[in-house]
Design a binder for this molecule. Structure first.
Ligand code: XMP
Length: 511
């Protein structure tokens, strides 16, 4: 595997993804890791990420120089390059002005990194740095320059140490993938054998071993892709010793609980407990308007119901959760190794409360990789590509109090949005698309009568990771159809509006 040491760059996760896309398993670790810990990880190659610090500052994050003597292929990117230059005896100086954005790269020396590049002159690369390497360390040759920096890439080929001032991991760098692949396959001599079927094979065996011959596991199913993959993987690993619990809190999308349960029952012989707790959740939410209070009530009530279900089963030792890699690395990044590990937002608090050990089969994966595992497991599109759905469910899309009447209105409107996005093929193109019930009534006219009824807002967004989002330009005919259907078919609604805000500064959800 390739170990990426994180020096705090915003692109560190991208490096990991590119390496994995090339078929090589990679892991991110904080740059504060000791050399013993690093050795214990048994890396086959090392990548030093970029970062905001300056090596000319004596408190800047460093690298134990003895790591360079291990014979490990090393690639330094941006800050990683400056760090290599610094510890090997080169000269790093603060640049007069920061260079940020596109630059043209000119190759000055042929080497394995440049093999197979489509363009060889004036390669468009992405720069983002303050310091620059003025003179390479002894034993290093300069591989490329730009109009602003003389040392834009350097290497000590005998020691397999390479360094780039630009970012090969970002899409703006032309042929950046090829450069990374050259490092992996021509310099580090790795094999591209990481894929989802090898992941599954290895992890099913690992799960069997970790859980043992007799222990039992419980897992909460939400209907989303993560928890479904966790359940199906564990079912394959330990069969009926897995108990899945799907709590119907009454706030799910119309018919969603039934749909997922029917699918799983039909295709997998899962041990599945479908708990009907609608009345309990609704009664707890009565009179509550504050969104954070709603979240808390739903979270606590879920834990209570789940715990009760688990009590009926004896001898459960493990709780399986769909924690993903971004949740794990967020907490160990360079910003502070002491930061607490973020608990999975939907079932946070459960493991300690119930004294269960955690099993997290997806903790090494990015979301798109989970989807690939789902495909590998044979799960259908409607699960693989299901839109993200918040833990507090429709309660945070009913602004103000959640009542049975308002829930019915939102569920029907949401169903229409869903069906029309599906029918027009837009469902699989957008990140999320849903209806929100606003806490106001407006005037309308139906037949000869004035009406005073609810407003539904449509929220349909594009995003890659939910951190940023923009409203989707859905064709107006489809919006018109959705609006017409909602106003005609959902009793109590006389107006539909479209949310045209981006995140930031807005958010995807309304509460
Ligand atoms: P926002 O509204 O913050 O949402 O732009 C970003 C993503 O997170 C989902 N979301 C939640 N998921 N519990 C969850 O499990 C929550 O309380 C919650 N709030 C928002 C939202 O649907 C979007 O995908």
């Amino acid at each position: 595997k390739v170990i990426i040491l994180d020096y705090g760059s915003q692109y560190t996760q991208l490096i990991a993804r590119r390496i994995r896309e090339a078929g090589v398993y990679s892991e991110i670790h904080p740059c504060t890791i000791t050399s013993e810990e690093l050795k214990a990880l048994k890396p086959q190659a090392l990548i030093l990420s970029g970062g905001p610090a300056s090596v000319t500052n004596h408190e800047a994050p460093a690298l134990d120089p003895q790591v360079l003597d291990w014979g490990l292929p090393i690639l330094g990117i941006c800050y990683g390059m400056q760090l290599l230059a610094h510890i090997c005896g080169g000269e790093v100086v603060p640049a007069q002005d920061r260079e940020y954005g596109r630059a043209e790269l000119f190759i000055t020396e042929d080497c394995a990194l440049w093999e197979g590049l489509v363009v060889k002159e004036g390669i468009k690369v992405w720069m983002s740095h303050g310091d620059k390497v003025l003179a390479p360390p002894p034993g290093f040759i300069v591989l490329a320059r730009t109009n602003r920096v003389d040392v834009a890439a350097m290497a000590d080929p005998a020691r397999k140490i390479y360094a780039l001032q630009f970012h090969p991991e970002v899409a703006h760098t032309e042929d950046g993938d090829q450069i990374l692949r050259n490092f992996l396959f021509r310099i580090a001599d790795l094999n591209p054998n990481w894929n989802m079927s090898s992941f599954l094979e290895e992890h099913l065996a690992r799960l069997r071993e970790e859980i043992g011959e007799n222990e039992q596991v419980i897992c909460a199913l939400s209907g989303g892709v993560d928890s479904t993959v966790v359940a199906v993987m564990l079912h394959k690993a330990i069969g009926h010793r897995l108990h899945c619990v799907l709590v119907d809190n009454g706030l799910l999308r119309l018919g969603e609980g039934e749909e997922i349960v029917a699918y799983l029952r039909q295709h997998f012989d899962l041990n599945l407990h479908f708990v009907q707790a609608q009345d309990l959740f609704l009664s707890r939410l009565k009179g509550v308007e504050d969104p954070e209070k709603k979240r808390k009530i739903i979270g606590h009530t879920f834990i209570e119901v789940f715990e009760q279900e688990a009590k009926a089963l004896t001898g459960i030792k493990y709780l399986a959760q769909g924690t993903l890699y971004p949740d794990v690395i967020e907490s160990i990044s360079f910003k502070g190794p002491s930061a607490v590990i973020k608990s999975h937002h939907n079932v946070g608090g459960l493991p300690e409360k119930m004294d269960l050990a955690l099993i997290e089969p997806l903790r090494e994966l990015f979301k798109d990789e989970v989807r690939k595992v789902a495909v590998e497991l044979g799960l259908p599109d409607f699960i693989v590509w299901r839109h993200p759905f918040p833990g507090p469910a429709l309660a945070i899309r009913i602004l103000g109090e959640v009542t049975q009447e308002r829930l019915n209105i939102l569920q029907q409107a949401d169903k229409i949005v869903h069906n029309e996005l599906m029918a027009s093929g837009w469902y699989y193109k957008v990140w999320q698309g849903f209806a929100v019930l606003l806490p106001l009534k407006t005037v309308g006219v139906m037949g000869d009568e004035r009406t005073y009824e609810h407003v539904i807002a449509l929220r349909i967004v594009d995003s890659i990771d939910a951190m940023t989002a923009d409203w989707t330009r859905v064709p107006s005919e489809i919006l018109a159809l959705i609006s017409n259907r909602i106003i005609n078919e959902v009793k109590g609604v006389n107006r539909v509006v479209l949310d045209i805000s981006s995140k930031p500064p807005s958010t995807i959800e309304w509460e």
